[in-house]
Design a protein around this ligand. Structure first.
Ligand code: PEP
Length: 251
């Protein structure tokens, strides 16, 4: 069956020293605690190796926040999937709305990044989600379906390695959360879209996380929904106690 996952997305926050301290705090808080979900922290590229050195891989998975669609070569400033993997990372966030919006990442490029991540043994956390206008004009189901369908040239074996994160863009960093019912409706829709292409078994086994102003105070209600398999957490992942509060929503 699919896994419950709570993943943090640190974005462009923390210096190296602060990041290592935060990872160390999360690791200590998790020690000896019972948890009913996998925990992943996705951190800036510069922090990966140092964070890897202070976390227990049995307790916490490590992820990057992006990777290149290219294998290697003359792409100044880019970081390849192989480089990410070589730090000890296990996951990579791809297609975050901030990457789509500010860096113009499109479906074709995101498919190529996903393929590179999979080739190098990383688990992609693939983000999808509609903007406010699409929520308001009622096109949100089609918008999100087409973002998921961008991956449909993957083989069933490859697709089954992907984690999906539904993040309504209007709820990211805004303090506005989708209601648990809105999240459930979209997650069930995404699962149906996957089922139509890859069949019920793969759809049922795909973890679909919710992201967008998820906090200790609302995580329990969101995670109680049958198709919500955890969260991708931005702001609240930057505080070890808040992040733990969200992890404990599964207890
Ligand atoms: C995110 O950016 O992935 C996110 C969910 O952010 P926040 O929790 O701050 O809304």
């Amino acid at each position: 069956m699919r896994k419950n996952i709570v993943a943090g997305n640190w974005k462009m926050n923390t210096t190296l020293e602060e990041g290592v301290e935060l990872a160390d705090q999360i690791n200590s808080l998790l020690q000896g605690k019972e948890k009913n979900c996998d925990v992943v922290i996705c951190v800036p590229f510069t922090h990966l190796t140092s964070v890897n050195a202070v976390i227990d891989p049995e307790l916490i998975g490590l992820g990057a926040e992006n990777c290149s669609e290219h294998e290697k070569g003359a792409y100044t400033g880019e970081i390849s999937a192989a480089m990410v993997k070589s730090t000890g990372a296990t996951h990579v966030i791809l297609g975050h709305s901030e990457r789509r919006q500010y860096f113009g990442e499109n479906n074709e490029q995101l498919l190529a990044k996903t393929q590179k991540a999979l080739e190098h043994g990383l688990t992609p956390i693939f983000c999808v989600g509609e903007v406010l206008e699409e929520r308001e004009n009622g096109t949100y189901n089609d918008v999100v379906a087409s973002q998921v369908e961008a991956l449909f040239s993957l083989s069933p074996e490859d697709f089954s390695k992907i984690v999906i994160a539904y993040e309504p863009v209007w709820a990211i960093g805004t303090g506005k959360t989708a209601t648990a019912d809105q999240a459930e409706d979209m997650h069930a829709h995404i699962r149906k879209v996957i089922e139509n292409k890859y069949g019920k078994e793969i759809a049922d086994n795909t973890s679909i996380l919710y992201g967008g102003s998820c906090k200790p105070g609302n995580a329990k209600e969101l995670f109680a929904k049958p198709d919500v398999d955890g969260g991708l957490i931005g702001g609240a992942a930057l505080d070890a106690e808040s992040f733990m509060g969200i992890i404990e929503a599964f207890n």
